[in-house]
Design a protein around this ligand. Sequence first.
Ligand code: ASP
Length: 303
Amino acid sequence: MTRRRFSPVFLVHGGCGGPPASKRQLQAIRDALSEGYSLLLKGEGAIEAVEKSIRFLEESGFFNAGRGGKLQLDGHLRLDASLMEGKRLRAGGVAGIEGIRSPVSAARKVLEESPHVLLIGEGAARFGRFHKLAKMTRPSLQQIRLHEELLRSQDPWMKRFHSLIGTGTVGATALDRSGTLAAGASTGGVNRMLPGRVGDTPLIGAGVYADDRSGAVSMTGEGEGIIRAGSAREITLRLEFGATPRAAATLSLRRMKERTQCFAGALILSKRGSFAIVHTTAHMIGGFRVGRRMKVADRFEVI
Ligand code: ASP
C-alpha cells in the first residue's frame, strides 16, 4: 500500500491588535515562514517546523515573545508557550516560565520528555534547566524601557487593560508531508499584567489545538476572552463538522466578540490543507506558504 503524500502548508503569525507591522517584523515573519516551510519540504515533521519557526521569532526580539516579551507589573518576565501535534494529540505547554530563552522549546520538552501537558513557574524553569535549555539571564534594556513607559502612563491600568493588549504574540500551524498537523504559540502576555497572570497561549484548547481529524489552530488576541470562548478547540470542532477554515473562525470569533467583547485573530489550517487567517482587529501580522503561493502582511481577513 502506498502512503499518501501531502503538500506541506505552513502558516505563521506575529500577533493582532497592534499598529501596522514594522519592516523588521515583516522580514522576521518572512524568514520564519521560509524556515518552517523548508523544514517541511525536507520531510521534517510539523511539530519541528512549528517549534523552529516560533523559536526564531522569540529570538528576534521584535515580538512580544521570548527575548521581546513584556514584563509583568512587578518587573518579572514570565512567559507562556505551547505546542500540539495532531497525530496522537500530544501536547506540551509552559506558563509563567522565567529564565529560559525559548519557552516554545521548553513546551516541546514537556510534550516529548514528560508525562504531563502543562508546567508552570519555577517547576517549568527547573524542568527547562534540567534539559539544558538556553538561559535568559535578565530582561533586556528595551524590555525594561517599555515596561517603565507603561507604568508611567497616567491611565488607571484596569481601564486600559483591554486597549493595551500585548501585541506581537507569535504562533504557527503546519501540515507536513505525512498529513500530520501541528500548532503552537508563544507570548509575553498582555500589558500591565498582574504578577502570575496566565493567558490563553499555554492552554491547549484555548490558544492552541491540533487534531489530524480536523485541523490546527493558533490564536492571538485577548487571552481573557479566548480562554472563556475555548476558541482553538471550538474552531477545530467546527472544521470537524464540515465548516471551512474561514467559516469556522468567523463564527467562533464573532461569538467571542458578542459574548465577551474581546477581540482576537486566528491561523486555521484544515486536515486537507485549506486555510484562513482571520481577525476581529484592524491588523494581524502573519503569512502563509504553500507551494509557490506565499504572502506576508499585517492585514488578512478582518471580520
Ligand atoms: N493571547 C495573548 C495573551 O492573552 C496575547 C496576544 O495574543 O497578544 O496572553
